[in-house]
Write a protein that binds this ligand. Structure first.
Ligand code: ATP
Length: 273
C-alpha cells in the first residue's frame, strides 16, 4: 500500500519494557518484555506470534492501556496514550458475555452505557446481529448458543462501537477447527468491509499467516522482543482454509518457523521447569 510506512501509525508501542514482581523471589523482578517497538498502520492487520508465556498478552494489555509499561510509550493515531485506549475494541479468549442478558442485550451493552436511547441501540444491535449471521437469535441467552455463536455475539458487541483499532488475544483458540475457520473467514470479511487496524495475538502460526498483512515473531521470555517481521503478500479476499494450499503460504510458513523454532523450544523447556 503506497505511503503506508509514512502515515501516522494507528498504534505505536515504542521501546516498551514491562517488569513484574518475580514469583517465588520476594523483592526480585521479572522482565517479561524489553526493547519492544511495534507499529500498526491504519487499516493493517498484524499478528503477533511467539512461544507460550513469552509476553504476547502483556503487549496487548499495554496497547489497551490496561497495563502501564515500566518503560516506553504508546501512541494511538499519533497521540500519547494515557489511561484506557478508548479508540480500541477488545476480544479475548474467554467469553465476556453477561449470562443474564440476551444476545441482543449483550450486543447493545456499549451503546447503552454510552447513553444511546434504547430503540436506537436495539435497531443498531439487530443490524449488527444480522451482519455476524445471528439474525433470529436476538432473544437467546448465551448458554443456549454454541461456542461459535457466542464468539459472533462478542464480535458484534465489539464492532457496534466502531473502534478504530481492534485488539484480539487468541479469540478463537477455544473453538473446534471447523468453527474456528468459519469465524476467521467471518472476521476477515468484516475487516475487509471496513478496514480497522488489528493487533491479533496467537501462538498459531498458520492462523497468523492466513489472516494478516504482517506477522511479528517474538522471542521466548524473559525479556521478549520482536525477532522478525514478515510481510504477508497473499491475495485478498482470502479463504483461510484454502489459502493454506498455496505454495507461497508454505514458503512463508517455513521462513517464519525458521525464525521462531528455537524460541518455541526455549519457551517449551521453560514451561516444563
Ligand atoms: N501481573 C503479572 N505479574 C507477574 N508476572 C506476570 C504478570 N503478567 C504476566 N506475567 C508473566 O509475564 C510473562 C508473560 O506473560 P503473558 O501472559 O504476556 O504471555 P503470553 O505469551 O500471552 O502467554 P500465553 O501464550 O500462555 O497466552 C509470563 O511469564 C507471566 O507469568
Amino acid at each position: 500500500m503506497p505511503g503506508i510506512e509514512t502515515a501516522v501509525p494507528a498504534l505505536a508501542l515504542r521501546d516498551i519494557a514491562c517488569h513484574f514482581p518475580a514469583r517465588g523471589n520476594p523483592g526480585g523482578t521479572y522482565t517479561a518484555v524489553r526493547d519492544s517497538t511495534i507499529t500498526i498502520a491504519p487499516g493493517e492487520f498484524v499478528s503477533i506470534v511467539g512461544p507460550t508465556g513469552c509476553g504476547k498478552s502483556t503487549l496487548l494489555n499495554v496497547a489497551s492501556g490496561l497495563l502501564k509499561p515500566s518503560q516506553g510509550t504508546v501512541e494511538v493515531f499519533g497521540k500519547p496514550l494515557t489511561g484506557i485506549n478508548r479508540q480500541a475494541g477488545y476480544m479475548f479468549q474467554a467469553d465476556a458475555l453477561m449470562p443474564w442478558r440476551t444476545a441482543l442485550e449483550n450486543v447493545v451493552v456499549g451503546p447503552e452505557f454510552a447513553g444511546m436511547n434504547r430503540a436506537e441501540a436495539d435497531r443498531l444491535g439487530r443490524d449488527w446481529m444480522a451482519r455476524v449471521g445471528l439474525a433470529g437469535f436476538e432473544k437467546a441467552y448465551p448458554h443456549h448458543l454454541s461456542g461459535g455463536m457466542r464468539k459472533r455475539v462478542a464480535l458484534a458487541q465489539m464492532l457496534i462501537m466502531d473502534p478504530k483499532v481492534i485488539l484480539m488475544d487468541e479469540p478463537f483458540s477455544a473453538l473446534d477447527v471447523q468453527t474456528r475457520q468459519l469465524m476467521e473467514n467471518e472476521l476477515l470479511e468484516l475487516w475487509q468491509a471496513d478496514r480497522k487496524s488489528v493487533m491479533f495475538i496467537t501462538h498459531d502460526l498458520e492462523e497468523a499467516i492466513a489472516l494478516s498483512d504482517r506477522v511479528i515473531a517474538l522471542a521466548a521470555g524473559p525479556g521478549t522482543h520482536p525477532i522478525g517481521e514478515f510481510k504477508i503478500d497473499l491475495p485478498r479476499p482470502r479463504d483461510v482454509a484454502e489459502i493454506r494450499h498455496l505454495g507461497e503460504f508454505s514458503r512463508l510458513h517455513a521462513q517464519i518457523w525458521e525464525a521462531l523454532k528455537d524460541e518455541v523450544l526455549k519457551g517449551y523447556a521453560q514451561g516444563k521447569r
